[in-house]
Design a protein around this ligand. Structure first.
Ligand SMILES: [Zn+2]
Length: 275
C-alpha cells in the first residue's frame, strides 16, 4: 500500500464492498450511521478485551491493545446470533482503521505516533483482516484481496487466527459461566445533548446491551460492571479499572459518521468519476 494508485484502487473497492454489505447505496446518511454503529459495536468488544484483562486478571503477552483487538475480532467472528451483522461490523471496522490511516497519510511519516500504546491504524486494519480471513477463508477472501493479501499470506493467517483464538480461550476458560452467573453489567445512556441522534441509534440497536449480554452469558465477573455511553469531550472509548466501567463517547459515533461521509463516500465518488 505504497502508491496513490494502490490507495485509490482500494478506496473504490472498499466503498463498493460496504455498499454491497448494506444494500443502501443511495442513502449516504444511512450508510454513514450503519458505519458509525458498526464501529461502536466493535469498539465495545475491544474495550471488553481490556475489561476481561482488568477484572479477571488475565495475563497479556505483547501489546494489550493488540490483544484487545484480537478478542474483539474473535468474538464477532463467532457471533452465532447475527452472523451477517457481525461480519459487516468487522468489515466496516477494518475499513475505519484503514481510512483513518489514509486520511492521515498526507501529514507525513514523522507525524505518526510510533510511541503509542496502540499499533498504527493501518496495522490494526490489516491485523483485523488477517484474523478474519484466517478464520473464514471463503467468506473473507474478497476482503483480503481488496487489502492486497496474496494467497500465501491468506493461508498463513489461519495460523495467526488459531493461535489468537486458542490463547484467549485458554485464558478465559477458567472464568466461563457454568451453573452460577457472575456479577451484573449495568447499561447507562447519559444525556447526549447535540449528539442525541447518535445516542438514540445506539439505544435502538442495543449496542451496549448486546455487548453486556455477551460478557455476562459467557464469563463470571467478580464484581459489578457498568457500560456507559456519555459525552466525554473527545471521540474515544475507555475502560476504567478503578471504576469497573467501560465508557463509550458519543463523540466517537459522530467522528466515525463524519469519516464515512467526508472521507469514504466522497473518495469513492471522486475515484469513480476519474474512470
Ligand atoms: Zn484499547
Amino acid at each position: 500500500m505504497t502508491t496513490i494508485r494502490a490507495i485509490l484502487a482500494t478506496l473504490t473497492c472498499c466503498v463498493a464492498l460496504s455498499g454491497v454489505a448494506f444494500g443502501q447505496e443511495d442513502d449516504p446518511a444511512a450508510e454513514a450511521m450503519d458505519f458509525a454503529m458498526h464501529d461502536a459495536a466493535y469498539t465495545m468488544y475491544h474495550e471488553i478485551g481490556h475489561l476481561l484483562v482488568g477484572e479477571l486478571g488475565i495475563p497479556v503477552l505483547g501489546k494489550e491493545e493488540d490483544a484487545a483487538d484480537a478478542l474483539a475480532v474473535i468474538l464477532l467472528l463467532n457471533d452465532q446470533d447475527d452472523e451477517i451483522e457481525a461480519f459487516n461490523t468487522l468489515i466496516d471496522s477494518a475499513d475505519g482503521w484503514y481510512f483513518n490511516a489514509v486520511k492521515s497519510t498526507g501529514s507525513g511519516v514523522e507525524d505518526f505516533s510510533y510511541y503509542d500504546e496502540h499499533s498504527l491504524d493501518i496495522q490494526r486494519a490489516y491485523a483485523m483482516v488477517c484474523l478474519m480471513v484466517g478464520k473464514d477463508p471463503q467468506e473473507f477472501r474478497e476482503t483480503a484481496e481488496i487489502y492486497e493479501f496474496d494467497q500465501q499470506r491468506q493461508d498463513d493467517c489461519a495460523y495467526t487466527y488459531d493461535q489468537a483464538h486458542t490463547s484467549w480461550d485458554a485464558l478465559l476458560e477458567p472464568h466461563t459461566v457454568t451453573d452460577t452467573p457472575g456479577a451484573e453489567i449495568s447499561v447507562v445512556y447519559e444525556e447526549a445533548g447535540d449528539y442525541t441522534e447518535f445516542a438514540n441509534e445506539l439505544q435502538s440497536r442495543e449496542i451496549l446491551e448486546k455487548a453486556a449480554a455477551v460478557v455476562m452469558n459467557r464469563y463470571v465477573l467478580p464484581g459489578p460492571v457498568t457500560f456507559r455511553a456519555a459525552l466525554c469531550g473527545q471521540a474515544n472509548a475507555f475502560y476504567s479499572p478503578s471504576e469497573s466501567q467501560i465508557t463509550y463517547c458519543y463523540e466517537l459515533a459522530e467522528n466515525m459518521y463524519g469519516l464515512y461521509l467526508n472521507d469514504i463516500a466522497n473518495a469513492g465518488d471522486e475515484d469513480t468519476e476519474e474512470e
